[in-house]
Design a protein around this ligand. Sequence first.
Ligand code: GLN
Length: 533
Amino acid sequence: MATTKYIFVTGGVTSSLGKGIISASLAKLLQARGYKVTIQKLDPYINVDPGTLNPYEHGECYVTEDGAETDLDLGHYERFLNVFTSQANNVTTGRIYQDVINKERRGDFLGKTVQIIPHITDEIKRRIKLLGSKNKFDFVITEIGGTVGDIESLPYIESVRQLKWELKNRCMVIHLTLVPYLAASGELKTKPTQHSVKTLQEAGVQPDVLVLRTEHRLNAEIRSKVANFCNVQKEAVVESHDVKTIYEVPIEMQREKLDELVISHFGMVAGPKPDLKPWKEFLKQLNAPKHQVKIGLVGKYVELKDAYKSINESFIHAGAANETKVEIEYIHSEHLAESNYEEALKTLDGIIVTPGFGHRGIAGKILAVKYARENNIPFLGICLGMQCAVIEFAQNVLKLEDANSLEMDRKCKNPVINLMEEQKMITEKGGTMRLGSYPCRVLRDSNAHKAYKTLKINERHRHRYEFNNSYQEMYSKAGMIASGINPETELVEIVEIPKHKWFVGVQFHPEYKSTVINPHPIFVSFIKATVEK
Ligand code: GLN
């Protein structure tokens, strides 16, 4: 008998209220009670996945073990739950339509007119229920992207309405809204919440729980008012007060009994309240640092912090593990030039050069590498950042002045970064990079080995270019070694400079695998090196 319970999280009033964090926090609380939980994000845009989106549009593209290019909320799910997500955890309108249209072309609909209801909604429901099939999970939490009332979200809300009937008591809806504070009158206002619940009700969906995001505490009167106007029990009005860090939200939600509300909604027995010990331990370390370091994050999307979401969070995890407050100084790579780079970088304890694509800002990234290398500043280069470290070494140490990546200079005579063999025939853009988890063999006694404490690792990738192995000998003779190699393809996955304090470039993305409970060893070692400096 199917027993999986489905929880839908919708949002109203404005975007960016933190549905992802509420979903992840609820999942964390249910997980701490011993339940198996997964979270899914449904995104209402037409792109098949966010892999083709410019980071300025939606922030970082998060990559899963199985190589799916997904919404950054999946990163939160993994960081909170410490379990992997997959392609099935992120579905976009584009993917739904692509599937339905492919079926239509195959003749699967037997001559019927293909419509939003039932064909699109059926496909949405299939994708939701797929995660719960075989009772793999006790709870599937599905976060619906966008804001209630958006045209794009309608098929999703309609699918929720249908599922409420189909799944009967195995289904519930949590609606997150904003209660704005009007400073002029000194009042919290509930009208936007009332309107957004009304919009949801017009679509046939009655929320079971309301989570109200607020800058000021809600009093009993406000809670009663919202309950009364929005047709929910007073206990089902949950306050989500602004907190210093997203990692406090599970604690807040436990205090507000969000998990207990869910459990009692499904007629289950709550049992004792979990103590969240490892989580609280992490918060304790986060909130009482003994050291402080300043890391320069050099990238070209620094105007939008979300473009580096997983990197930012990895520093929080690694900082806590080192009892260190990590201050990140965001440095626009296009603003670094020969004339100012030393001045701009001189106060940093460590430098990270970020992933990226294309030529813009490359010169500044290479200058940042040069500064870190020449001044013995701990350095971490990720993906394009690692490639920049390789290019810089070629230009300034190997004296191959025209050395470059083929990505930046098609006609380059010394392509120390080459297009991967398997990429040469590819012309399509979406989902065609080297994506997802690959094994890597680590060199004994290297920085990477000291960090991982093992010689066999698996890390996630997202790239088309690679270190050009025909230069490997030249590099190692001059002091930059390959300390991580893919055992099957011999692709260089890690480079380092053993003579340097801590200089590591990784072709993969360690930031995707750092979680609260398992801070990533590369970030932990990097921060440790900056503290020691
Ligand atoms: N643009 C580089 C490549 O495709 C690096 C990609 C990245 O930083 N994710 O190889």
